[in-house]
Design a protein around this ligand. Structure first.
Ligand SMILES: [Zn+2]
Length: 444
């Protein structure tokens, strides 16, 4: 014990001495610099990242620049070409070094001596993933992920104007609003027509990488929305884990989603509707039926599959330009024309909302739009005139499982109280009236 303390103290003096030498050349802020560094020495903190104790290395961080290559980066850091070639050869089964992307971060762990020789190259293709090419002793490479942490949170809110404002006032992510409006309640509540006094409770998870990087709302586990005094419960439930189908159901196991989205593009306008009697000037006002619905949107706008299904056609042909056709079931098919680029392969299963291409002007078209064709029993019909089917109901066997699954979650949701209700219980009606506009609670 004592000996160890002595050694620590000894080390500290040595380091202070080194700092003092350094400061002769640095000159500025001598006192504070010494104090700060001493404080650090007294409490050596282990910094672990990518599974390495960074204290053992000189850490050099940078991003891949235009024209950079694995070889050049290592060469700049004093590694010769025979060894670079050797490293690339041995790493290639794990990672193809030619796939480095401009703008992605990389880290070099270098020896803590005057040579500063790289021992390890770490490349981060995304915030979560990283590739380690370790050439410290023997050469080996592997892929890994940074630790992810999900933190469950709850929030409640009362609408005074609109949902974004209510969330914003509490510093909550606008993604909560998008998720509720687009993913959960898109078919049951019109978020453009919320009423003053509508209120909600939500249980959601926030996602963090490495404990520190907040990457936003990960998912909404359950929600309760009171619209015009009517309650709408929603519970997230995986109905098909192999296809990754997650839906929201009511407390009675009714699917909240409709089988089809109203439009294949967001923020678009209908520029031409399905019209069997359309007459066009350039054709001498002859009847040229338009069996599709045109949604005008800027070039590059993502086009979404309006329902789950299997891609039956994906190609470029004549007036259609680049197009994709999807079969949803025995009755319905949809088709999307004039794409700039397709992102769907024949035989591929797509989910409602998946991007299958981007708006363009290929084929016969006067401006950027997607011509959306809706087929029912092999005939093109007007999707706006259809009574669209409800999304796939939950199977009987799954329903039992679902009702069991949501029981504790519903209890959790019901136990979250609106602040105004808490006030009412405390019998302070005057205060409640004054404050209820801004009453919002955040229960973490
Ligand atoms: Zn059209």
């Amino acid at each position: 014990m004592d000996r160890e303390r002595n050694r620590n103290v000894g080390n500290r003096y040595l380091i202070i001495a080194l700092i003092a030498i350094c400061l002769f050349s640095c000159k500025e802020n001598e006192k504070t610099a010494v104090e700060e560094i001493v404080a650090v020495v007294e409490k050596p903190e282990e910094i672990v990242e990518f599974g390495f104790n960074l204290n053992n290395y000189i850490v050099k961080r940078d991003t891949i620049k235009k024209g950079d290559s694995f070889g050049e980066i290592l060469e700049r850091n004093h590694i010769g070409y025979p060894q670079i070639f050797n490293i690339a050869e041995k790493a290639k089964d794990t990672f193809d070094i030619r796939r480095l992307q401009v703008g992605k971060p990389y880290t070099l762990l270098c020896s803590k001596d005057s040579l500063e020789r790289p021992k390890c190259f770490i490349y981060q293709p995304s915030l979560e993933e990283y590739v380690v090419i370790n050439f410290q002793d023997s050469i080996h490479a592997y892929k890994s992920r940074k630790p992810i942490k999900y933190i469950e949170k709850t929030a409640t809110g009362v609408i005074t104007n609109n949902i974004s404002e209510t969330l914003d006032e509490q510093g909550l992510s606008p993604r909560l609003a998008y998720k509720m409006a687009d993913d959960i309640y898109a078919w049951t509540i019109d978020f453009r027509r919320l009423q003053k006094g509508d209120r909600f409770k939500v249980i959601y998870t926030d996602k963090y990488i490495d404990d520190t990087i907040y990457t936003g709302v990960h998912n909404i586990k359950a929600a309760y929305f009171e619209h015009n005094k009517e309650p709408f419960y929603a519970f997230e439930f995986t109905t098909d884990s192999t296809k990754g189908i997650i839906d929201y159901f009511s407390e009675e196991a009714k699917n909240l989603r409709r089988a089809f989205l109203k439009a294949p593009v967001k923020f678009s306008r209908v520029s031409s509707r399905y019209n069997l009697k359309r007459r066009i000037a350039v054709y001498g006002f002859k009847v040229r039926p338009h069996k599709g619905t045109d949604f005008a949107a800027p070039i590059g706008t993502p086009i979404m599959a309006t329902a789950n299904g299997t891609v039956t056609e994906s190609r470029r042909r004549g007036g259609n330009g680049n197009y994709v056709k999807i079969r949803h079931n025995a009755t319905y098919e949809t088709q999307y024309l004039h794409m700039k680029k397709r992102k769907a392969k024949v035989g591929q299963f797509v989910k409602q909302g998946d991007v299958i291409g981007w708006v363009g002007m290929t084929g016969n078209t006067g401006g950027p739009h997607v011509c959306y064709r809706f087929w029912k029993n092999g005939k093109q019909v007007d999707p706006f005139k259809q009574k669209l089917p409800e999304a796939k109901p939950i199977s009987d066997s799954l329903k039992i499982k679902y009702l069991d699954f949501i029981q504790p979650i519903k209890k959790q949701l019901d136990n979250i109280h609106f602040l105004e209700d808490v006030f009412e219980e405390q019998n302070q009606p005057e205060q409640v009236i004054k404050q209820s506009d801004n009453l919002i609670s955040l229960n973490n």
